[in-house]
Write a protein that binds this ligand. Structure first.
Ligand SMILES: [Cu+2]
Length: 147
């Protein structure tokens, strides 16, 4: 009887040691990967999100489309920002396109709203425009400035 108790205790102790050493390995700095990130307490993850905001914020805009203009005709963000645009078509048949960031809404008849998101990962001056017919030539464009 005593022998079997000792074996059980040994197995439990070994199990605990194994569990602890496994956890220690995951927390080692050289093993930084997703499995560690996932195990981070919620508080630490929030800290990371706040730090990331310094690099790239979410910038939200509502841009109205009508015959034949966008309002506003210029928006400015910082490089690295996540840009969230609500395209609000209030008149006519239009879309909203920014080629350089692969961003585009559907083409559609007013009224409709569509939200598009992209990351402004390159600096410069880019044109957003309506790709329907000759609307762009008729003045349906604006400027996205990425600083
Ligand atoms: Cu248009």
């Amino acid at each position: 009887m005593k022998k079997s108790y000792i074996i059980i205790v040994l197995v439990v102790v070994l199990g605990i040691i194994f569990f602890i050493s496994k956890n220690n390995k995951l927390q080692a700095p050289e093993g930084v990967d997703e499995s560690i990130t996932n195990q981070m307490p919620a508080g630490e993850e929030n800290k990371d999100v706040e730090e990331m905001k310094v690099v790239g914020e979410v910038k939200e805009f509502t841009i109205e489309g009508k015959n034949f203009a966008f309002v506003p005709s210029s928006i400015t963000v910082n490089k690295g920002d996540k840009v969230k645009i609500t395209f609000k078509n209030t008149e006519g048949f239009h879309d909203f396109v920014v080629d350089e960031f692969g961003a585009a809404t559907k083409q559609g008849q007013a009224p409709f709203n569509e939200v598009i998101e992209f990351t402004a990962d390159k600096a410069g001056s880019f044109e957003y425009y309506c790709s329907v017919g000759s609307h762009r030539a008729m003045g349906m464009f604006g400027t996205l400035i990425v600083k």
